[in-house]
Every structure is written in structure tokens, then in C-alpha cells.
Design a protein. Structure first.
Lengths: 112, 574
């Protein structure tokens, strides 16, 4: 059992949730998403984000539109689809449950 | 001054320094390879390229025109090294699912052998091999464990495999590792698939890329032939690889067996000599234990490294092991050269031990031999301890060598005497002389018998330095010697008046005359020519006798027939 694997597994589950959350309030292009994820230290390099976005898009959770950029090629602005919004709601519920569950078990443990 | 290259990245034109371009190109190719199994690979690549273009544009806003190596390195840092892409566990899952759906149409040789360090007991060798053949790793582990107790071969093989099989680090490698097991079925399926898709291409005619070409039967034929040849070559190469691996393994086992000596001795005889392993024998020849060890190490390196190289090559072809770094090969070659050097050092130091020769002569008279006739015999059962092909053995503090030769000459006095010539080699004449003096011969003399042990005795610490002893029995004129059967073990080139060779002298009495040794009871010597004539005459007579016998038998049969006839006639007349 390697701690790196466990960490990666934990981060993996949360990562999609975070990306969807970032896109909940406003649409964004990859570098913006990266910046926010980097703040939370969820992701280190940009390269890993692109396959993830493509997969979420292919799964129908995200859509995008092109926007011209002054510095370089046009940018993809991602936003949630209807399905994506539903999906995010589900995830939020699950997240709340999980946080409660973790807190509960950890508190019990510390008391005991 | 640097050369620049113009590149179109995601629709934006950049001037890039040549080396920077090379680096970027390589980077993108690596990433593309990692994604080659994923859905939306092109889209991902387009996104990544777009982002790179954006980063370059930002970097160039500061007024420069050319993208430099520093820019490219910075971009790679931002985007992440290729490995980082795949260490993302998220990607692993998606890639795996797409991989599974596609694996059937994939070529069967895409699977590779890796070590699985996520699922290891030691180095993950067994798990990796298990994936490769679709065998449960528990069996392989058991097999290695059993082989480990089989003289440690399991351990050796394990370590070799550990070194040569790379571990699956990135997801792509893990996928290659876990792909569909390679067996006869999957290989067959893969070939079928290949032919199927090819046939489809041909049949679809115009729509396919083969289109107009396919209309020519000859082209089709050659295309088919090409495929057949391709797979034939593929299997031949694999087959040769199997032979290579087997041969190398056998060679390795044989060499280790030789090194360890005794326990693997397959020969039928089973005497004490088998207890002495090569190490004990080897020590006898070398100048010091250090030189012996160096020499042995040298031989091991020189022999084992090429064998391991063959083994490695075979396994690599067989299991599509991705090539590892060059350091392994360089190390191997250096070790081999070191082995040669060690052999030369050890060999020359040992050779110097044999460079000089010295002889030590002594005379011993044997007054207690009173009889006029002496029997020459072997002493003891020692001969039985030596087997054919062996020339020495060690017992206690002594080394016994089969290096005695006995001759018979005219005595310089009127007593029976022994003229003993001991000889040895050594690093100097002085040392060789000392060694020669240390050699002992084992003999006994009674009033009518002279017994020699055909082995000479050397102190073990003197080592083997080609010690030899020549004993000449001095026989006074008028006395005779009888050579018994066992004397044949040590007599050598005894001169005599009739020039009879040693083997024929056995079993006869020889008397010393003024002219030399002369046979007393060799009847053939008196009339040597008669012998041949007699033989011829005897043969002729025998042939004649045989003919007469045959004639007699024929007549007998005829007589019997006549008798029966006569009896019949007699009955008829009655």
C-alpha cells in the first residue's frame, strides 16, 4: 500500500467534482480552471487537465464555445450542460454525506 | 547565431530555434503516444497545442520574435512532463476501458513484459510474468521458491529477470503489461483479424485505399504473400529466441555445475575423488589463493557474461521487453574485459610458478635383497583410488600424483640399487630444487621382492608443480628380475637387448648381462620366424580338416538316405 496511490485515489474523486464546481457559477477556459485547481493544490501541471475535460465533455457533462483571444489561438470556454448541473447536484449531496461520515468516524475515534 | 524553424501551432505561426523545435516536437510526440489509446486523442492534442501556442504568444509579447529553448522548457514545466500525464489515475481508468474494447483489433505483439511494482513481494517479477501469460502469480512464485531450493538457480534467475525487465511506471506501460494474455489462441485470433481486415479492404474495392491496385490479382497475391512471409518470419524469430534462451540457460547451468563440482557429477563412478570440488583442485595449480580467486572470477566473468547476454537477447525478442538503458550493456562489456584481464594476471602469475625446472638425484642401495631373482610388483591398493583420466588426489596433508616411472639398468656396484631422479618446476631453480627434494616415493624391499606404489607423495602446501620421479633399478650382472602383471602400472621404457617393449616384458624373467637385460623365458625370441610360418601352416591344416569334415557329413547323409531306401525296398518285397 503506497501513500502516493491512496492520495491519488482521493484526489481523483474530488478532482471532477471541483472542476464541475468551478464551472457552476461561470464558464471558464482551461488556464482559468488550472489556476483555481492550483490554488487548492489539486493539480500541478496543466497537461493533466485536458484529457479530463475532454472526457467530461464526451460524457455530456460539459459543453464549450470558441472565443477569439488576443494572445494566441481561439480559446475553448467550458460550461456545464443540463446533465452536468444534475450531476454536480448529486455530487454535492454525496460530498456532504461523505464529509459528515468522515467527521463522524474521526470524532468518535478521537473521543475513544 | 542559431537557426530557426517556422512552425504552425494551432493556427499561429512561430519562429522557433532549431534545437528548441526538436525538443518540442519530441515532447508532443511522446504525449501523443501516451494518448494513443484514449478516446478523443486528437481533441486532447489540439487543446494542448492550443494552450502551448497561447503560452508562446504570451512569452513573445515582451518584444522578442523567436521562441527559444528556455521558452520550450518553461512550457513543458507548465504543461507537465509526459509521465505526469499518465500518473494521473483518472486517465488510467479511461484508457483501460477503451483499451479493452479495442484490444481485439490490436496487433497481438503490442503486449510487453514489465515488472509490476504495485503488486510485488520482492521485485514484482512474478506478477509481471503472470500478466504476460495470464497465469496466476501465486504459481510463478511457488515455482521460483522451489527453484530457489534447487541449488539457488531460482534466486539467480530471479535476479537476472529483476535486472532485465523494466518496471511498469507509467499508465501506458501498465496497460502494455496487463494487455490480453499472449497464448496460442490470441495469436491465432490476431492473425485471423489481420487477414479479415485485409480481405475486407480488398473486397470493398473502390472505397478502400487499395482500390484500384486491388484489381490486379498479382498485387493481391504479393500482398498476401507478404503477410504470410511476415508471420512466418515472426514465428521463426520467436522460435530462434526460444532456442537461444534454452541454450543460454543450459550453458549457465552447466557452467555453475562445473564450478560447484561434485554434487552434479553425472558420471557413473563414485569414489572419494568426487568429494574434491574444483575449488580444492584449482588451488593446487595457482601461486596463491588470491590468484586462484582472481582467475576463477575472471573465468566466471568471461564465460557468464556472454551467456547472460544471449539470455537477455533471447528474452527480449521473446517477450518484447522494451529496451533498457545502455549502461547495462556497457557494464557488461567492461566486466567482460575485466574478466579477461584477471585471467591474464592470474594466468601469468601461475605460469611463472612453472618457469624453472630442477632435478634432485639420490642413490639408495638395497642390501637386504639377497635372492638372485627379484619380483617387481605394485604396492598396496592405491591404484584403485585413481580413476581413468584422473592424475592425482589429496589425502590428508599429502597430494598423490601418478608420476612415477621405473626403469631397470645395470647396477654401478654389485648390489641392487635405486637411482632416484626427482624433478619439479618452480618460480626459480632453487625453489624447484627444494620442491623436488620434498617429493617422496613409496616402496618396499624384501629379500626377493621389490614393491613400488605408482603414486608419488607431495606435501599439499607444495602444490602441483609438475613433480615427477624416475626410478632406475640398478641390477648387478647375473641377477634377474621378474616383471609381474602389476608392474605394468609404473614401468617405463626398460631397455633390453631384444628391444622388447614394456607391455611384452611383463610376465617374464629378465637377466642382467654385460650387454644389458636379456629375456630368460621368451620362447618367441629364440625362433622368431618360425612363429609366423607355424601360424600359416596351422591355418592351412585347419581349413583342410574343415573341408574333410564337410565331405564326411555329406557322405553320412547319403548313407542314411540309402539305408532308408533299402529298408523300403525290403518291406515291398515282403
Amino acid at each position: 500500500m503506497k501513500i502516493e496511490n491512496t492520495k491519488a485515489q482521493m484526489r481523483k474523486g474530488v478532482l471532477e467534482f471541483c472542476i464541475l464546481s468551478i464551472l457552476e457559477s461561470q464558464e471558464a477556459y482551461p488556464s482559468e480552471i488550472i489556476d483555481k485547481l492550483k490554488e487548492g493544490k489539486l493539480i500541478v501541471v496543466e497537461g493533466t487537465l485536458y484529457p479530463l475535460l475532454t472526457r467530461l465533455k464526451n460524457a455530456g457533462l460539459l459543453k464549450y464555445r470558441w472565443e477569439e483571444s488576443k494572445s494566441g489561438p481561439p480559446r475553448k470556454y467550458y460550461a456545464l450542460t443540463e446533465v452536468g448541473i444534475e450531476f454536480l447536484k448529486e455530487l454535492e449531496l454525496t460530498w456532504t454525506d461523505l464529509v459528515n461520515a468522515v467527521n463522524l468516524t474521526r470524532n468518535k475515534k478521537s473521543k475513544a | 547565431m542559431n537557426k530557426t524553424v517556422t512552425a504552425n501551432i494551432s493556427g499561429v505561426v512561430f519562429h522557433i530555434e532549431a534545437d528548441a523545435y526538436e525538443k518540442l516536437h519530441q515532447y508532443l510526440n511522446t504525449i501523443r503516444n501516451y494518448f494513443h489509446d484514449s478516446d478523443g486523442k486528437d481533441e486532447i492534442m489540439a487543446d494542448i497545442e492550443a494552450r502551448i501556442a497561447e503560452l508562446f504568444s504570451q512569452a513573445l509579447e515582451e518584444g522578442r520574435e523567436v521562441v527559444t529553448m528556455a521558452n520550450v522548457k518553461q512550457v513543458i514545466e507548465i504543461m507537465g512532463e509526459p509521465e505526469a500525464y499518465m500518473s494521473d489515475p483518472d486517465e488510467e481508468e479511461s484508457a483501460k476501458s477503451t483499451h479493452n474494447t479495442r484490444s481485439k483489433s490490436e496487433k497481438f505483439y503490442s503486449k510487453k513484459l514489465y515488472r509490476d511494482e504495485d503488486d510485488n513481494l520482492i521485485g514484482g517479477v512474478c506478477s509481471g510474468i503472470g500478466y504476460y501469460f495470464g497465469i496466476d502469480k501465486i504459481w510463478l512464485r511457488a515455482a521460483f521458491l522451489i527453484a530457489f531450493f534447487g541449488f539457488g538457480t531460482g534466486l539467480l534467475v530471479y535476479i537476472i529477470l529483476w535486472i532485465i525487465i523494466p518496471s511498469a511506471k507509467t499508465t501506458a506501460e501498465k496497460l502494455e503489461m496487463k494487455g490480453e494474455p499472449i497464448n496460442v489462441d490470441s495469436i491465432g485470433n490476431a492473425i485471423k483479424d489481420e487477414f479479415h481486415s485485409f480481405k475486407k479492404k480488398v473486397n470493398n474495392g473502390d472505397a478502400s485505399e487499395y482500390g484500384h491496385k486491388a484489381k490486379h490479382g498479382i498485387y493481391r497475391f504479393f500482398e498476401f504473400l507478404g503477410k504470410v512471409l511476415y508471420y512466418a518470419a515472426y514465428f521463426i524469430i520467436k522460435f530462434l529466441a526460444v532456442i537461444l534462451v534454452l541454450a543460454a540457460t543450459l550453458g549457465l547451468i552447466a557452467f555453475i555445475t562445473l564450478l560447484l563440482g561434485g554434487p552434479f557429477d553425472l558420471s557413473i563412478h563414485n569414489s572419494e575423488i568426487d568429494q574434491y570440488w574444483l575449488s580444492e583442485y584449482g588451488n593446487l595449480f595457482f601461486s596463491s589463493n588470491l590468484m586462484y580467486s582472481l582467475g576463477l572470477l575472471g573465468v566466471c566473468l568471461v564465460v557468464i557474461i556472454p551467456i547472460l547476454g544471449l539470455l537477455y537477447g533471447g528474452l527480449k525478442i521473446l517477450f518484447k521487453i522494451p529496451s533498457s538503458n545502455k549502461a547495462v550493456g556497457l557494464t557488461a562489456i567492461s566486466l567482460w574485459v575485466i574478466g579477461i584481464i584477471l585471467m591474464v594476471i592470474s594466468g601469468s602469475s601461475t605460469g611463472s610458478q612453472f618457469s624453472s625446472e630442477q632435478t634432485f638425484i639420490e642413490t639408495q642401495s638395497l642390501p637386504n635383497i639377497t635372492s638372485d631373482t627379484i619380483s617387481l610388483k605394485a604396492l598396496g591398493q592405491e591404484h584403485g583410488m585413481l580413476k581413468e583420466g584422473d592424475d592425482f588426489f589429496i589425502e590428508g596433508e599429502s597430494l598423490f600424483l601418478d608420476a612415477l616411472s621405473v626403469d631397470v639398468v645395470k647396477s654401478e656396484s654389485n648390489e641392487v640399487e635405486l637411482y632416484i631422479r626427482k624433478q619439479s618446476r618452480g618460480p626459480s631453480r632453487k625453489k624447484a630444487g627444494q620442491l623436488a627434494q620434498n617429493v617422496k616415493i613409496i616402496y618396499e624391499a624384501t629379500d626377493h621382492e621389490l614393491l613400488f606404489n605408482e603414486l608419488i607423495e607431495v606435501p599439499v602446501e607444495d602444490k602441483y608443480r609438475d613433480q615427477e620421479v624416475e626410478v632406475s633399478i640398478g641390477l648387478p650382472i647375473g641377477k634377474s628380475i621378474y616383471l609381474t602383471e602389476t608392474a605394468n602400472w609404473f614401468i617405463y621404457d626398460i631397455e633390453n637387448v631384444s628391444n622388447t617393449y614394456d607391455g611384452k616384458m611383463i610376465g617374464h624373467h629378465w637377466i642382467m648381462t654385460a650387454e644389458g637385460l636379456s629375456c630368460q623365458d621368451c620362447e618367441w625370441l629364440n625362433k622368431p620366424e618360425r612363429l609366423e610360418q607355424d601360424l600359416e601352416a596351422e591355418e592351412a591344416l585347419l581349413r583342410e580338416a574343415e573341408l574333410i569334415q564337410k565331405e564326411a557329413e555329406k557322405l553320412q547323409r547319403e548313407a542314411e538316405k540309402k539305408a532308408i531306401e533299402a529298408e523300403r525296398l525290403l518291406r515291398n518285397t515282403n
